[in-house]
Design a protein around this ligand. Structure first.
Ligand SMILES: [Zn+2]
Length: 228
């Protein structure tokens, strides 16, 4: 009997698929059969880290530079869309990715977009155990970006009368096309670099503390008590 290709799953796949229905869906949606969808609230602390860095350590033209980077990305996406009306052949997934970028830029401030991408990079570097699957990370980064756009979300009433957001399923190939646009901005990499610096800073503080502790307490403290 064939079993699902996902680690630890013994469900029989249907038809020609290598994965069971559940893992097939998770792979398409999250980029890896074991990748969990992340929440905005989980990203929040890392956005704070980025904001702190921007106000305390970045150069004074950092915000203007981020604006330029995003503006350039949107312009490229818009040119791509325009070229399709000139009869240039296009791939439907890269076209939808370009449309998503232009649509997002009309709804959301570019600095917020840049901060989200940098915060994802920060999170990846700062909490590596949480990101075991690179493709999963890429998909989550794309989803976080798309979720900034209110037009991507439709709202439904749940049984208890509370609103629940339902996101349009993005085809995996469109997600990959979006990731390649994101990757070109280098913003995720900047976020990773900021996280590395934070870790170095924390280690430096710890070394200083250890040194002071050893000086103040002396060595006697760790010697075992003499037994009588
Ligand atoms: Zn499975």
């Amino acid at each position: 009997m064939r079993i699902c290709k996902a680690d630890g799953c013994f469900v029989q796949p249907k038809g020609y698929s290598s994965y069971c229905e559940r893992h097939k869906r998770t792979l398409a949606r999250h980029g890896h059969p074991h990748q969990k969808g992340i929440k905005k609230s989980e990203l929040k602390p890392y956005i704070k880290d980025i904001e702190t860095y921007l106000t305390t350590s970045s150069a004074s033209n950092a915000v203007a530079t981020l604006n330029d980077i995003w503006f350039r990305t949107v312009r490229r996406a818009q040119n791509h869309i325009n070229s399709s009306s000139d009869g240039v052949p296009f791939n439907v997934h890269t076209m939808n990715a370009s449309k998503a970028i232009v649509s997002l830029s009309k709804e959301v401030d570019s600095i917020i977009i840049c901060k989200v991408l940098m915060a994802m990079g920060f999170w990846y570097e700062f909490n590596q155990r949480q990101w075991k699957h690179d493709e999963g990370f890429r998909f989550q980064t794309v989803r976080m970006l798309l979720r900034l756009n209110p037009r991507e979300a439709a709202y439904q009433w749940s049984m208890h009368g509370m609103t629940r957001s339902v996101y349009r399923e993005v085809p995996p190939k469109t997600t990959k096309a979006l990731w390649s646009i994101i990757n070109e901005t280098k913003l995720v990499g900047f976020g990773m670099e900021i996280a590395k610096r934070k870790v170095e800073d924390l280690n430096e503080r710890q070394r200083l503390f250890d040194k002071e502790r050893a000086a103040v307490l002396g060595q006697a403290m760790i010697e075992p008590r003499e037994t009588v």
